[in-house]
Structure formats: C-alpha cells, structure tokens
Design a protein around this ligand. Structure first.
Ligand code: SF4
Length: 354
C-alpha cells in the first residue's frame, strides 16, 4: 500500500479534552481545508458512501409541559398543532413494519413528555420489545429518565435513547426554563449506566452565537463517552413559537458545524436531522461530504415535514450512496472492514497515486 493510502488509514483518536480555542481554530480554517479534513477523518471510520437511515414516529404528540422555544409541541405556545394521546402498541408496530419495508434500519419513537410516568412505562416497554422483534434497531425519546426507567428500557431491548443537549450551557436558559442543563446531563448519565447507546445533539439557528455552537460541540465531544449518534438540526421556524422570526443561519456555517462535529467525534454517526426539508439537494450533498452519515427517512420527522421518501432515494442514487445496514460487529471489526473497503477502492484506482 502506498504511503498516501497508509496515511488515509491512520485513525484519529477519540478525544474528550477539546478546548474552545482548538474548536474555534477548526471553524476558522478555510472552508475547503475544513471539509477535506472532515472527509479524511470520516473515511477512517466509515464507508463514505453509506448513510444510516432511521424512521421517526411521534407516539404522543403535543401538550408538552416543557417550554422549549423552538418546539410546536410545547403547551406554552399556540401553534395549531393537532394533539394526540399515546398511540396504541399495535399502531406503533404497524408503522415500524412499514418503516422496515421502506428500508429503515432503526425505528425511533418520540413522546412529548417531561418524563414518562409509571403508568406509561408498560406500553412503552411493549413497543420496544415489539419493534426489536422485527429486527429493527430501537430508539426512543421520552424526555427525562430516572435511573430505574433507563434500566427497564435497556432490559426491554432499547438500543438508543435520544436526549439532546440543544445548545451551549450559556445560551440554554434563553431557550428552555422548565428543565436544566444538568437535568439533561443526568438523563444521559442514566442512559449510559443502563448500557444503552446515546443519541444527543443540538439545534442550530436559534439566535445563538458562534461561541455557543462551539460550546455545544465541546459538551458533546467531552462527555465521558461520546454519543454514538449526534443529530445536528437546523431550526425549523414554526409559526406561534417564540423563535418563528429568528434570523436565518448561513447554510455554509451549518456545513462547517457538521464538519467540525465529524472531526471532534470521529466514530459517531453525525445525523442530518430536522431542517432537511428546507435544504437543497446540493446543501445536503455538501453535508454528506462534510461527514454527515445518518438521516431520518419517511414522511414524518415528528411533527415537522421531512422530504418525501422518494426524494431521498433519488438523491442517494445520484450520489452513489447506499443505505448502511445494521452493524452488529465490534468497532475493531468495523474498522478492519473499512480498511478493506478503502483498499478495494484504491485498487479500483479511485485514489490518485502521486
Ligand atoms: S422539545 Fe420535547 S420536551 Fe421540549 S417542548 Fe418539545 S416535546 Fe416537549
């Protein structure tokens, strides 16, 4: 193997000691240098032509007691959203079956709760068991969790728990006042202690500063173990929420955030999440190049519109992207496979040999 290809295969370590200054230096790189760096890191841990696909279903919609200023489901704002009580287990399983048939490998179930109650738990646990039995990976987002609730979910077979940090600790109370940043970190701790994987990220374009975006990425990357999945959302401005008039974030700044997240969290799936509906195919393609390798798929991204399923498939086809299949192997096996794939690509003369 040439030195060039060998250099491609040296893996960048996962670090938990990122300082704000270092991250700022990444953001200040010329755009092309940043994207090249991110793509190089991406290739060390992932097949660059695969994207993981999840489907998200809202299992309980609206009337949430929390006051997250971006959220149409908060009972604090009048957004005209149709509320829905907790769905029946059978209805959820039917949707999961459809998602599997449409090519999803992970099924995420979201409930607009401050936290699940003891009365809700048996239903939620049955949903996890049923979806798991179909051979799908399972993910839930139910608000804050107590230690024993996290244990019950893990025991039922829940693979991932989604709980976003949303933004930096400094900007946080401008967005949510009904639960603290520490509450969120505590829930993430319980999820980890119960042995589940974490899906945690944030929302950009809520009027935060560049330093807040750096702060969010430092919080995520410096967790004792980095989240396996990191959703980076672009705010969807919903009429009736306090953020409906907030200024747009420059789309290139959004791409920079994806690239920096990829570099800081080299083994995590970086998920292009809410806000995709408003993005052009070209912007999404740039996000994939910057290291995003996970999307939500299907017609419903909780209560905000998601690009029609077929538009995603067409884009994947144009980009030569395949849907990532479930990975049951260890990190080492996965990396060995990627090394083999890269070697095969090099043999196909996809790399220019200087
Ligand atoms: S983001 Fe979640 S917790 Fe916050 S208001 Fe919306 S549903 Fe409730």
């Amino acid at each position: 193997m040439s030195n060039h290809a060998t250099a491609q295969l040296q893996t960048s370590p996962v670090r938990h000691d990122w300082s704000a200054d270092e991250v700022q230096a990444l953001f200040e790189l010329p755009f092309n240098d940043l994207l090249f760096k991110a793509q190089s890191v991406h290739r060390q841990h992932f097949n660059p032509n695969e994207v993981q696909v999840s489907t998200l279903l809202s299992i309980k919609t609206g009337a949430c007691p929390e006051d997250c200023k971006y959220c149409p489901q908060s009972a604090h704002y009048d957004t005209g959203l149709e509320k829905q009580r907790l769905l029946e287990v059978e209805a959820v399983l039917a949707k999961a079956k459809q998602a599997k048939e449409a090519g999803s490998t992970r099924f995420c179930m979201g409930a607009a709760w401050k936290h699940p109650t003891d009365r809700d738990m048996p239903y939620v646990l049955d949903m996890v068991k049923g979806v798991k039995e179909m051979g799908l990976e399972t993910c839930m987002t139910l608000g804050m969790l107590k230690e024993d609730q996290a244990e019950q979910l893990a025991e039922a077979g829940l693979d991932y728990y989604n709980h976003n940090l949303d933004t930096s600790p400094e900007f946080y109370d401008k967005i949510i006042t009904t639960r603290t940043y520490q509450d969120r970190l505590d829930t993430l701790g319980h999820v980890r202690d119960a042995g589940m994987k974490i899906c945690s990220g944030g929302i950009l374009g809520m009027g935060e500063t560049a330093n807040d975006r750096i702060g969010l990425l430092c919080q995520l990357a410096n967790l004792p173990k980095q989240p396996e999945s990191v959703p980076i959302n672009m705010l969807v401005k919903v009429e009736g929420t306090p953020l409906e008039e907030v200024e747009d974030l420059d789309p290139l700044e959004f791409i920079r955030n994806i690239a920096v997240a990829r570099i800081m969290m080299p083994k995590s799936h970086v998920r292009l999440s809410a806000g995709r509906e408003q993005m052009s195919d070209e912007l999404q393609s740039m996000a994939f190049f910057a290291g995003a390798n996970s999307i939500f798929y299907g017609e419903c991204l909780l209560t905000t519109p998601n690009p029609e399923t077929h538009r995603d498939l067409q884009l994947f086809k144009r980009l030569g992207i395949n849907v990532e299949q479930r990975i049951e192997s260890s990190d080492e096996q996965q990396e060995q496979q990627i090394a083999k794939d890269l070697q095969a690509q090099q043999d196909d003369k996809l790399f220019y040999q200087a």
